[in-house]
Design a protein around this ligand. Structure first.
Ligand code: SF4
Length: 144
C-alpha cells in the first residue's frame, strides 16, 4: 500500500500547537509528509520545540549527518507502530564497544528510503562520538 496520498505540510511551530497525540493520529492516517512524520515516532517529539525556535541545521549538513549515522555501527534500527516506517536510533543510550551512544532518534526509513529525523536536524546537537558536530563547525570526517 502506498504510504500516503494526502500529505499535510506542517511547520514545527504548528506542530507544537497540534500536539503529539494529534500528530500520531495524522501519521496513522498517512497525512504527514516523509520529512515530518518522524515527529510522531518515539523519540521525535522532544526535538520539535528546538526546531520551532529556529535551531535547525542547513539541509546539506543534515544530509551529511544522516549518512554518517546510517553507516555507524552504533545505530539501532527499530520498527515503529507504522509498518512502512522504521526508526534509526543512536544506540540505546548505553556504551557500545566502550564508546558512548545517546539513544536519540537520528533518522527514519519509509519503505526503506532513509530520511533525516530528530537529533540530526537540530543545529545545536552533536554526535556523542564527535562523528558530527553542532552547526558552526563543519561536520568532521567519520571516526566511528
Ligand atoms: S554515535 Fe554519532 S554517528 Fe553513530 S549513530 Fe550516534 S549520532 Fe550517529
Amino acid at each position: 500500500m502506498p504510504i500516503c496520498t494526502r500529505y499535510l505540510m506542517l511547520t514545527f511551530v504548528k506542530m507544537l500547537d497540534i500536539g503529539l497525540d494529534r500528530l500520531i493520529d495524522l501519521a496513522l492516517r498517512d497525512q504527514l509528509t516523509p520529512v515530518t512524520i518522524w515527529t510522531a515516532v518515539r523519540g521525535g517529539w522532544r526535538y520539535v520545540g528546538a526546531l520551532a525556535t529556529g535551531d535547525e541545521a542547513p539541509a546539506d549538513i543534515v544530509t551529511e549527518r544522516m549518512k554518517i549515522c546510517l553507516r555507524c555501527p552504533a545505530r539501532d534500527e527499530s520498527d515503529t507502530y507504522k509498518p512502512t516506517v522504521g526508526a534509526v536510533y543512536c544506540g540505546t543510550g548505553q556504551p557500545i564497544d566502550s564508546q558512548p551512544t545517546c539513544g536519540c532518534l537520528v533518522a527514519i526509513r519509509i519503505n526503506g528510503t532513509p530520511y533525516p529525523a530528530g537529533k540530526s536536524l537540530v543545529a545545536s546537537e552533536s554526535c556523542p562520538r564527535q562523528a558530527w558536530l553542532s552547526v558552526g563547525h563543519r561536520a568532521q570526517p567519520e571516526r566511528v
